[in-house]
Design a protein around this ligand. Structure first.
Ligand SMILES: [Zn+2]
Length: 626
């Protein structure tokens, strides 16, 4: 019914990159099994995996036999729902095993084949049950509610069933639904094209840095060198890297334009007024959330500009350019070994109560995290909590710096959410939305920050954490809201019949980029060359996804503030939100917990928080006579 349920919810975390398509560069890492997840918890060996896969394939013909009989009786509907959800559950488990195995070594061909095979089974499953939604809609709400009243075992399926009925105006006939479900075989072409071009085909430039280093500017190289100390080197890095994207501007333009047209095709076929409305309707998120976010972000650009000016002052750069955006404003020469990081996470979670801390401690001490980089391993970080009967897993590329600690806090924030949801929800309502997911992760980051500020041993260290938090708010709130605005503009252009070439996309992106960075006010000069940045952002292939980073961090700041102040009931209300999983519409769940993301208040609170961090940094600077 909901095809999204066919895949594990891999919460791809960093809003700054995709979960990498490329493998992390080789690194020396201990091969202590304590630091490697135990996928034997999912399937004890390959034979067990194969048995389970055979079982799923064998169950598919049975799923088709319910066609035309869902309305026969409450017992028949229950039998069908159980069979379908068992298949979902099994598919997710198989998929998780296959993809996590692959992520240990992306160049492992058998792992790649295993993963592709299980994808095919997923498509077959989705086709086998494509009759469900049209049939349930034909049966109608009245009869389905009567069935639920008559058969208590149907109760856990109430929300998913009602969701299917809610989508009635956008659901087609059985034949058309089958065609639509088949389009999934071709609709990922633009994203695949982007992936191949940006991670394999482009011949990346190599430049010589001022210290003699040959810097190869692949995506990983760009991420590594864009923050280096020497300003001329940074400028050279930007010019070479974005220059390369500029060469392919036309091709990236065709691929993104195709993707946006695909969004509009699916939206209009399903009779949605816009691509945005289609995406938001999945979780019943009011459009006012999206529009309030964009409006409030624009209204608060002076705060972002204040940050840039402070950045310029601290870096000693009077005229900021785009290549001055990444170097840290405060440096910290401090190592955070993994075992120390675990302790920091556990200590920082104390405000969430002993139950939560106990779960987190068990998570960190069990074999649930693939900790260190190793040759061929997937880059970035993610959490997978969708194997319902097994503990959540986290993949990181831990490298002992403070960023790695915050990433770990973020991912296990997701992990804690999944643990609570899986414990308190039946499988049918355990799939929480991304709209809520990034609240759980960024809340734990906020708690970590608070803890680090408390235990910091010097003003310098304190300033480092404040600077890092500030950068987090820029990257997760302002930058993602900027992306959200770009997505809105480009989709609207296509919806009114316009065409988007690479250069047109560059022009639209450039206008927005300049506005956000105060180009006209002399805050930061945006050179033409960097306005091709849109071509690099993988998230644009997941339409209207990134806004949730911005809404989530606004909500999590609000929750963290109440929790840290010790406001009565704040912890309980927040934990209720996590326990609720996917049992209701995500916007409603967050609103019920006290934060209404369709109003300006949470966004304004985030901006206030950002200003108070800057006040504090300025105070520390004044103390140092700077
Ligand atoms: Zn995340």
């Amino acid at each position: 019914m909901k095809p999204s349920r066919l895949l594990p919810l891999l919460v791809a975390c960093s809003p700054f990159f995709s979960i990498g398509l490329h493998a992390e560069e080789p690194a020396k890492a201990p091969v202590n099994p304590a630091y490697v997840w135990d996928l034997g918890l999912i399937y004890k060996d390959e034979a067990a995996y194969k048995d389970a896969k055979a079982k799923l394939s064998a169950s598919l013909p049975k799923l088709a036999t319910f066609k035309g009989h869902l309305g026969d009786s409450p017992a028949k509907l229950l039998e069908a729902m159980d069979a379908i959800y068992d298949a979902y559950k099994l598919n997710i488990r198989l998929n998780s095993y296959a993809s996590q195995k692959l992520d240990e070594n992306l160049s492992d061909s058998p792992a790649m084949e295993r993963s592709q095979e299980i994808d095919m089974v997923g498509t077959e499953l989705s086709q086998a049950i494509s009759y469900m939604s049209p049939e349930l809609i034909a049966i109608g709400e009245k009869k389905i509610r009567e069935f639920i009243a008559a058969e208590p075992k149907l109760k856990p399926y109430t929300f998913p069933l009602m969701e299917t009925l809610r989508m009635a105006p956008h659901t087609l006939g059985a034949e058309a639904e089958q065609v639509m479900s088949s389009t999934s075989m071709i609709s990922d072409a633009p994203q695949a094209l982007y992936g191949i071009l940006s991670s394999a085909d482009i011949q990346w430039p190599t430049i010589k840095l001022s210290d003699g280093t040959d810097a190869r500017l692949s995506q990983a190289g760009y991420t590594k060198y864009r923050a280096i100390n020497n300003r001329q080197d940074r400028e050279a890095v930007f010019k070479a890297f974005w220059g390369k994207f500029k060469e392919y501007e036309r091709t990236f333009g065709v691929s993104l334009f195709s993707s946006i047209k695909g969004d509009w095709f699916r939206a209009s076929v399903r009779k949605h007024p816009s691509s945005l409305a289609a995406t938001l309707s999945n979780g019943n998120v009011p459009e006012s959330v999206y529009r309030t976010l964009v409006a409030e972000t624009n209204a608060n650009l002076p705060t972002l500009h204040r940050y840039f000016k402070l950045r310029g002052r601290m870096l000693g750069i009077p005229e900021l350019r785009y290549w001055d955006i990444y170097p840290p404003i405060v440096k910290l020469e401090k190592d955070f070994p993994y075992e120390d990081a675990k302790k920091l996470l556990i200590d920082s979670a104390a405000p969430l109560g002993t139950e939560y801390v106990k779960t987190l401690t068990e998570s960190l001490n069990g074999r649930y995290t693939h900790v260190y980089p190793q040759p061929g391993k997937r880059s970035g970080a993610y959490m997978n909590g969708s194997v319902y009967d097994v503990h959540p897993f986290v993949l990181t590329n831990y490298n002992n710096n403070y960023d790695a600690v915050t990433t770990l806090a973020h991912e296990w924030g997701h992990g804690g959410h999944s643990s609570l949801t899986n414990k308190h929800q039946p499988f049918a309502t355990s799939d929480y939305s991304i709209f809520v997911a990034e609240i759980a992760s960024t809340l734990n980051e906020a708690l970590l920050l608070d803890h680090m500020l408390k235990i910091a041993k010097s003003d310098e260290e304190r300033m480092y954490y404040l600077g890092s938090a500030l950068e987090g708010l820029r990257g997760t709130f302002f930058r993602q809201a900027m992306f959200a605005e770009f997505e809105l503009r480009t989709h609207e252009e296509v919806e009114k019949g316009g065409a988007l070439s690479g250069s047109k996309l560059t022009q639209i992106y450039g206008d927005i980029l300049r506005r956000y960075h105060g180009h006209d006010q002399g805050v930061m000069k945006i050179d033409d060359l960097v306005t091709v940045e849109w071509a690099y952002i993988p998230h644009f292939y997941r339409n209207f996804y990134v806004y949730q980073y911005a809404t989530s961090i606004s909500a999590s700041q609000a929750f963290a503030e109440k929790i840290l102040k010790g406001e009565k009931g704040a912890v309980e209300t927040y934990l209720e939100l996590l326990k609720a999983g996917g049992s209701d519409h995500p916007y409603e769940l967050v609103k019920r917990a006290g934060v209404d993301l369709a109003t300006p208040a949470p966004y304004r609170a985030l901006v206030t928080r950002m200003n108070s961090i800057m006040d504090e940094i300025e105070k520390l600077l004044a103390k140092q006579g700077k």
